[in-house]
Design a protein. Structure first.
Length: 135
């Protein structure tokens, strides 16, 4: 399942994402992973969640981002939740590529994905709504 937190810059997406990460880490029977760009969430996310700074991995597009996500799941089958902040900054601003990325991510089994997307919900392509819920 994929959920999206969508809003303009400064609308509280990251705070909502952090709250969801911390809640999942406290209730999940498996492992929770949070992907960030930079080290801005270090003190906000509970130590129970695994925090990954994607800048350290030099991820440059949605194809590489998908490979990293599927590798996280392949390396640890106990991962139940993966949260991603700054999605458009990581993969790029092309919304059609974002839709293709989300379609590929939806094939990764047994993980709930939540991505923060800095955009106006009305600007997102309709095909994104086909496989994503909006928070």
């Amino acid at each position: 399942m994929i959920k999206l937190i969508v809003g303009k810059k400064g609308s509280g997406k990251t705070k909502k994402l952090v709250d969801m990460v911390n809640e999942a880490a406290n209730t999940s029977l498996g492992n929770v992973v949070c992907i960030e760009r930079g080290d801005t969430l270090t003190y906000s996310v509970t130590h129970k969640a695994r925090l990954i700074d994607i800048q350290e991995l030099a991820i440059a597009n949605y194809g590489e981002y998908y490979g990293m996500l599927s590798g996280v799941k392949a390396g640890n089958h106990d991962v139940t939740h993966i949260f991603g902040d700054a999605t458009l900054k990581i993969g790029g601003a092309d919304l059609d590529e974002l839709a293709a990325f989300l379609a590929r991510v939806s094939t990764i089994p047994d993980v709930e994905f939540v991505f923060a997307i800095s955009a106006d919900r009305a600007d997102l392509p309709a095909k994104i709504a086909d496989f994503a819920e909006f928070c």
